[in-house]
Design a protein around this ligand. Sequence first.
Ligand SMILES: Cc1cc2nc3c(=O)[nH]c(=O)nc-3n(C[C@H](O)[C@H](O)[C@H](O)COP(=O)(O)OP(=O)(O)OC[C@H]3O[C@@H](n4cnc5c(N)ncnc54)[C@H](O)[C@@H]3O)c2cc1C
Length: 386
Amino acid sequence: MDLELTASQKAFREEARAFIRERLPADIRERVRNGSAFHKQDTVTWQRILHERGWAAPHWPNEYGGAGLGTIERLILLDELQRAGAPTPLAFNVAMLGPVLLRFGTEEQKRFFLPKLANLDLWFCQGFSEPGAGSDLASLRTRATRDGDHYIVEGQKIWTTGAHNADWIFALVRTESAARKQDGISFLLIDMRSAGVSVRPIVSIDGEHHLNEVFFDAVRVPVSNMIGEEGRGWDCAKYLLGSERATIASVGLCWERLERARELAAATRQGDRRLIDDPKLATELAMLGAEVRALELTNWRFLTDPEMGRKMPAFASVLKLKGSELMQELTALLARLSGPAGLERRDGESHAQAGAVSRYFFIRAATIYGGSSEVQKDILAKQLLG
Ligand SMILES: Cc1cc2nc3c(=O)[nH]c(=O)nc-3n(C[C@H](O)[C@H](O)[C@H](O)COP(=O)(O)OP(=O)(O)OC[C@H]3O[C@@H](n4cnc5c(N)ncnc54)[C@H](O)[C@@H]3O)c2cc1C
């Protein structure tokens, strides 16, 4: 919705675009765009470059390593990063835990953790889901029992993205069995090097290792690592999910994939004509373009109108639902356009089609993680139909 950006917001978009063009290392851009296997160091290197400018966590206050930017500027920056094929700052650190610390953390916790989160000196993962507690998260059973100035943590998490790369985990644990299962849950930060923490890989359908099971066997965690009050962790969890709203629709990523599909269709010949000259494909691309644009406008409407968020909090579910489905359609189109070359994926070797099939498989999960499509529809039905 560029037409409605203010002059200073437009200038900010130009500034962000120029910064990324000048500072994003070419090899990192190449690896991200061409679907190379994930390199942890790429995210670290790029996040530190952004952090020099206060843009790793642009929405945090300056005193904790942010740039104090508003929602719109944050969204513009994210959009530009995604369109440019840059790694985005680690969401677990800056979009999830950071806002929770700012809202519920003690001054000491903020001063210790926030700068390290922004500079990626500490890599966090998210320990919410458990076997039997995914959509119904409040059924979680990992238990933390008080023992002097420590908690003893016992239990298991599952689907923990990047636990094998992480230094710390922010986890929901049960500190009390309460009548209402949302009560008695606490929000705890746990050092992954603690005795009794073990990580087991889960290889997903794309053949990659993103996911893990994390086990806690009598892990001693200082009481000072609890965020907020004991038993009130559900408030932190809800706040964390609310903070993610600004990034939920992934509009920039949709634009980037659409652009790549157009490029690929223009560069690929079938017989004596380019794929993009096929009227059926051209129509499909135009329709997807209209859908991405509609998603973009809807996203801006939601984020720029505080009334809308207040009157209809479930609107975020529309963005999650539509954004993830659209991303799947675009990724499927890219895999189709890539043909057999899309099956190849070798590190260090890059071509436009590389990794397309692997991405197609991985993105099937987009309608599961962050709240499944069925659950989003439930939320919408409750709000709209009562
Ligand atoms: C790639 C990936 C990365 C992830 N990363 C993390 C992570 O880093 N940290 C973390 O904590 N978790 C993570 N998750 C877990 C994710 O949050 C859960 O998978 C998700 O919440 C669904 O829970 P579940 O897998 O237990 O499925 P279930 O909740 O058991 O759901 C199974 C099926 O039932 C449907 N269903 C469930 N409840 C309802 C309902 N009320 N009405 C209608 N249908 C329903 C669901 O839509 C789904 O189709 C990740 C998952 C994936 C796939």
